[in-house]
Every structure is written in C-alpha cells, then in structure tokens.
Design a protein around this ligand. Sequence first.
Ligand SMILES: *[C@@H]1O[C@H](CO)[C@@H](O)[C@H](O)[C@H]1NC(C)=O
Ligand SMILES: *[C@@H]1O[C@H](CO)[C@@H](O)[C@H](O)[C@H]1NC(C)=O
Ligand SMILES: *[C@@H]1O[C@H](CO)[C@@H](O)[C@H](O)[C@H]1NC(C)=O
Length: 379
Amino acid sequence: MKSVKAWRVGNMGDLQILPATRHRPPLKRPMWIIGLVSLVILFLVCAYIYPPHSRGACYMFSSRGCALTDWLPPVPVRELTDEEIASRVVIRDILNTPPVRSKNSKIAFLFLTPGPLPFEMLWDKFFHGHEGRFSVYVHASRDKPVHFSRYFINREIRSDQVVWGRISMVDAERRLLANALKDPDNQHFVLLSDSCVPLHDFDYVYNYLMYSNMSFIDCFEDPGPHGNGRYSEHMLPEVEIKDFRKGAQWFTMKRQHALIVMADSLYYSKFRDYCKHGVDGKNCIADEHYLPTFFHMIDPGGIANRSVTHVDWSERKWHPKSYKSHDISYELLKNITSVDTSEHVTSDDQDSAVAALPMEWYPTAMLLIRQEILPRYPQ
Ligand SMILES: *[C@@H]1O[C@H](CO)[C@@H](O)[C@H](O)[C@H]1NC(C)=O
Ligand SMILES: *[C@@H]1O[C@H](CO)[C@@H](O)[C@H](O)[C@H]1NC(C)=O
Ligand SMILES: *[C@@H]1O[C@H](CO)[C@@H](O)[C@H](O)[C@H]1NC(C)=O
C-alpha cells in the first residue's frame, strides 16, 4: 500500500496544476483514495483472471508498458472429441516415426483407369531396365484391360465401380494405396490416370520423388463457389471452413502419408457423408477436397501444395486442354518440362483468379495429362 500511496501523492501535484472547474469543487480526498484503490483492485483481479499470454510477463508498473491485447481473454480453444484425440495421436506417431529406408526402395505407380491403358507401351519403355525399383498396380473400374507390357500383366487389383465426383473415386485411391503398402519396399506412391505420360526418364522421376522429403499433394484455398462454396457445416466440428482446401486429385505420396490415409476414418467419413452431390444443395466433389483438406490440417509443412502432373487450364473451360496428336511436338514437351510455376485456378473471379506457385524444388513438371479423366467415368 505504501508504494501506491507514494504514487498517488506524486500525482496529486500534477492534478492540481489542472485548471479546476468553477462549478465543480475538486474531489474530496477520501473519495479519491477509495476510487483509486478500487481501480487497482479491479485491475489486479482482471490480471489474475486473464493472465497475459505474451511470452514476457507484463508487469503493472513496468516501463515497457502493456499492450491491451495482452489482457484480452484468449480465443476459446475447441475441446477435441474422443475420435479426434485418438486420430491425432495415431497420426502424430506415424509422422514422428522416421521412414525405413529399405535397400530396394521402390516407387509404386498406381494406375486409376476405367479400362484399357492407351499409353501402356510408352510406360513399358519408361520402366525398361529399372526392374526392382518400381511396382505397378492397376485399378480398372469398368472394363478389364488386355495388357501388352510384362510390367502390367497380373498387376490388377480387385476393383469396384467408380463414379465421377463421388466418394467411390477416393475409395479407389485408398484401395490402390492399401494394395501397394503391402510391399514394404514401396516408399513413394504415384497416382496416375490412363491419360498420363512421363515427361522425364525413370532415373529423374525416381530421384525426384525418392529424395524429396515431401508428398506432392495439390492444395490451395478457393474462396469461390467451386471451392469454399462446396463446404457444408455438417462437417463441423472436425472440419472448419478455414481449413477447407481444394486440389487436383493426382498426388504422389511418401509412405508415412499413405499410412496416415489408411489410418484415417474420422475425416474420411466426414467427406464421405457430407462432401457429395446434394448436401445443402451443393455439389461437393470428394476427390478434390478430402486429401488437400486432410493434409492441410494434419501436416501442412509436409506437402508441396502442388502436383507434379502438368495440365493446361489456359482455355478456361470446365476441362483442361486435351492434347491431340498434331499438338505434340518436341517444342511442346520442352515447354512443359521447363515450366517453373504451378497454377491454381480459383472460382471466385474468372479473370484474375490464377495464382502461380513457384516450384522451388527441381523446377520442372514431371508428368503430363493428355486429357481430363472426367468424361470417361459415369456421372
Ligand atoms: C525438407 O527439406 C528442406 C530442405 O532440404 C527443409 O527446408 C524442409 O523443412 C524439409 N521438410 C520436411 C517436412 O522435413
Ligand atoms: C504449403 O502450405 C502450407 C500452408 O497451408 C505451408 O505451411 C507450407 O509451408 C506450404 N508448403 C510448401 C512446400 O511451400
Ligand atoms: C513454347 O513457349 C514459347 C514461349 O513461351 C511459345 O512462344 C511457344 O508457342 C510455345 N510452343 C508450344 C508448342 O507450346
């Protein structure tokens, strides 16, 4: 109390310099003290209830001064559900387990196709001479393809129907990952469509993926109708709109991330049930949102936020440009392999909604999508 009194006395002098108003006599002393003491008590009580959450303590009379925000109540942190806690501990442990580098590390090439693979013989040339460093898995959802390449024969997994834009597309991706995870040598997993062709040779692709410490999962925020406009509040509390992301489905994934996808049932079921056609009158497409949102939430620093597949959206249509045989030239391939930014087209403003993401790591695109996969699946 002594210091408070001294402080008060010291300030009394200043106070008396102020011109006193004629009609209101200055406050009487006892009132003044009571007012000051209650203020100090109120301040101390507030400080006790809302302790400062800046790193350095904020003392009442410190010369540093106190920012008002130091004393504001913290933003309430949501209490996690049992399922979220369970899911997060499993994910954290998988992420913290260093990858086992087997001597025969392989890349699993996962072909998601409705039927035959028109570029099978091109892939055959790509794989030739690199036996033991790759494995092939084929999910043919409509017609059983006849294979011509020995690398593709007997590599089909049990498949199921795939409908464009439905969760069955994600299910097929998970089925491919699960089958490929059975082989402990598979360290990196690449999802491909029947219209993908390689742009680089096997060694380049192998080194690019194997020695990168991340997964190439396309991930961006689209504030427009075909992005956040597809979000449904039924996904709460686990999936908030601030975490909702979009991205092309063509991923490459390191083994840890593939395991996490297998371990996830919580977030998967949210997208299965509420990211689909007809929820709240929206048309949510699970394969464009589930993995980007999931990885953005659980390991944002572990993904490149871009895909390694090249696709040409410059025509600004519903589907990317389809390359015809007369389009294919050495110059085109050279142009595509020297692309050093990855474009994200958002749906909020058709003229200015292209964001380019620099590719810091080996500045080249790896694969080429000849045409969009969409029209070939039942809708
Ligand atoms: C990957 O490696 C780069 C540099 O080599 C490093 O900056 C980055 O933090 C690493 N990321 C992860 C997820 O380990
Ligand atoms: C991807 O985006 C997240 C934020 O969403 C960021 O934390 C991360 O560093 C980005 N990854 C790369 C490789 O830039
Ligand atoms: C390749 O890129 C150059 C420079 O951007 C452009 O002028 C040319 O038309 C492109 N060629 C093809 C075949 O895309």
